[in-house]
Design a protein around this ligand. Structure first.
Ligand code: G3H
Ligand code: 13P
Ligand code: ZN
Length: 330
């Protein structure tokens, strides 16, 4: 049994309290390899931002849970070495069972998500409460979810989204004791969040997706004043990255994300945590495709992973400064 406090990590309680008061959101960036972790830590240290390092079940399977535990400890030391101490949480993303959440807690995670959103309401309540009861013994914070997000990832998938029902949130939070709640207001996982026919076009012909359901968010805020809300599926799918990927041999069709101004608006509200994974994948893929196309003779992974890491770092800095508003808050 490893306690996250011994690794220099923090849970999300204090982070969310400050984010709520300050009108910004904490970045929750997914990682599963060294370059991603280096980019996240360097970007957050350089922008003086608190950060949540997020690990999905698929990432645990990919990277190995023991290696991830040491990587997180390394991240804390690396941040210190870069010269500025920032709060770092290690969070299990989309935990799908009590056993997985318990195992993550026992391995040093400071925060876990139990995603029972696809279950009947009462089963979601029971499963979430079981995780909360275990986690709180070790001062580990827990994120629950109500409402279903569409999108398909390795281990996280749903064909259709269902918006969160505001009338359920008070009951869910009081029965489970969760520390934060992920809600569904129109975001979804992956790089194809909207079909082009769902969008309008601006004066430059750029596709504009339908706005998020801020009315649902406001209703949730009214019912849970001061309670931390989480937005999943919050990649913006930058079109310049999609263009580079397709220019250098990729084939991404109809890739559309959440506009940054929508996320900025959400970050000023009770939304305290914004999850971003796909944009990092796009930034890395674009940089690697470009580098390899322009340097066909290269076969040293450091030569193409280096620029990919740099591109990732710039992306995260931009988000902290211009989208989430977390820069300068550490
Ligand atoms: O919400 C899902 C995350 O983007 C993780 O995706 O299961 O492919 O690691 P993954
Ligand atoms: P994106 O696919 O929009 O990056 O969402 C990531 C996420 O919600 C991780 O839990
Ligand atoms: Zn998610």
């Amino acid at each position: 049994m490893i306690n996250y406090k011994d690794l220099g990590l923090v849970n999300t309680r204090e982070m969310f309290k400050k984010a709520m008061e300050g009108g910004y959101a904490i970045p929750a960036y997914n990682f599963n390899n060294m370059e991603q972790l280096q980019a996240i830590v360097a970007a957050c240290v350089e922008t003086k931002s608190p950060v949540i390092l997020q690990v999905s079940k698929g990432a645990r399977n990919y990277a190995n849970k023991t290696i991830l535990r040491y990587m997180a400890e390394g991240a804390v030391k690396y941040a210190e070495e870069l010269g500025y101490k920032i709060p770092i949480a290690l969070h299990l993303d989309h935990g799908d069972s009590f056993e997985l959440c318990k195992d993550a807690i026992d391995m040093g995670f400071s925060s876990v998500m139990i995603d029972g959103s696809h279950l009947p309401y009462d089963e979601n309540v029971a499963l979430t409460k079981k995780v909360v009861d275990y986690a709180h013994q070790f001062d580990v914070t827990v994120e629950g979810e109500l409402g279903v997000l569409a999108g398909i990832e390795d281990e996280v998938s749903a064909e259709k989204s269902t918006y969160t029902k505001p009338e359920e949130v008070e009951d869910f939070v009081s029965k489970t004791g969760v520390d934060s709640l992920a809600i569904s207001i129109g975001t979804s996982h992956g790089a194809n969040k909207f079909k082009p026919e769902m969008c309008t076009r601006d004066e430059n012909g750029v596709l504009v997706p339908p706005p998020l359901r801020f009315d649902i968010l406001e209703e949730v805020e009214k019912r849970l004043p001061g309670f931390p809300i989480v937005l999943h599926g919050s990649s913006s799918v930058p079109q310049d990255l999609v263009k580079i990927i397709n220019q250098y041999g990729g084939n991404l069709k109809d890739a559309i994300g959440i506009p940054e101004d929508q996320l900025r608006k959400a970050a000023k509200s009770a939304v305290c945590k914004i999850n971003i994974d796909s944009d990092g994948r796009l930034a890395m893929t674009a940089a690697i495709r470009k580098y390899l196309a322009e340097h066909p003779e290269v076969f040293d992974p450091r030569k193409y992973l280096g620029p990919a890491r740099e591109a990732l770092k710039e992306l995260y800095k931009h988000k902290n400064i211009n989208v989430l508003g977390s820069a300068g808050k550490a």
